[in-house]
Design a protein around this ligand. Structure first.
Ligand SMILES: Cc1cc2nc3c(=O)[nH]c(=O)nc-3n(C[C@H](O)[C@H](O)[C@H](O)COP(=O)(O)O)c2cc1C
Length: 201
């Protein structure tokens, strides 16, 4: 079986975003993990409208062309690490919208989070964990929380994320968790598919 493919989903799209720093850092760490392939997926490249379909794509095929391509893109991954900015104690609207624009494609795959903000994006990450459960994902325990002191120091160029040891440790644990669950769930999904084919034959 091929290596699980993990997407690093950039959860903020504004011009002045901080998201690029955690994205590049976590992608570099994830790419050193021997068991997974890693790709950065930037929501800036996915100009989805605000959700405007007759139903979730779990119930009715989406009409929007970007949405159709987005669902295929999500389907191609075996696990996800989301960078999680916190806007008013919640995930960004752009990330929630992108999550809503796929459905079954998220199912039975792990979700990990790199949060940042005053309390390390913890409130946004906790909400994202609940959303992930509704999408039948497996949110992993380990997470990165870049809290205010480190966040400001990195944003002001006083520190680099790669030099902050406790964050490097958290990132390694997060990547390990996502890689483990991605491998296990990929095998389980493949077994389900084989069983389904046998039943249909
Ligand atoms: C609309 C808005 C609301 C925000 N609310 C919070 C918040 O509730 N908690 C927090 O820690 N930071 C909050 N912030 C500050 C963000 O953590 C900070 O701007 C961060 O850089 C956002 O991520 P981004 O730059 O990748 O978009 C907020 C920022 C914006 C723009």
């Amino acid at each position: 079986m091929s290596k699980p493919k993990i997407a690093i989903v950039v959860g903020s799209t504004r011009a002045a975003r901080f998201a690029d720093a955690p994205t590049q850092w976590i992608a570099k760490i994830a790419k050193t993990h021997a068991d997974i392939d890693v790709e950065v997926v930037d929501l800036r490249d996915w100009p989805l409208p605000f959700f405007d379909e007759v139903a979730s794509s779990a119930w009715a095929p989406s009409q929007n062309e970007v949405a159709q391509r987005w669902q295929k893109k999500v389907a191609g991954f075996d696990g996800f690490i989301f960078t999680a900015a916190e806007y008013n104690h919640a995930p960004t609207a752009v990330l929630k919208n992108a999550i809503d624009y796929a459905a079954n494609e998220w199912n039975k795959k792990p979700a990990g989070f790199v949060g940042y903000g005053s309390v390390g994006g913890a409130r946004a990450v906790e909400q994202l964990r609940l959303i992930a459960v509704e999408l039948q994902m497996a949110p992993v325990k380990s997470a990165v929380h870049i809290a205010w002191g480190d966040f400001l120091a990195v944003r002001q160029g006083e520190k680099k994320l790669e030099d902050i040891e406790h964050l490097n440790q958290a990132a390694a644990a997060l990547v390990n968790d996502v890689a483990w669950w991605a491998k296990v769930l990929k095998a389980a999904r493949a077994a389900d598919a084989i069983a389904g084919e046998a039943q249909a034959a």
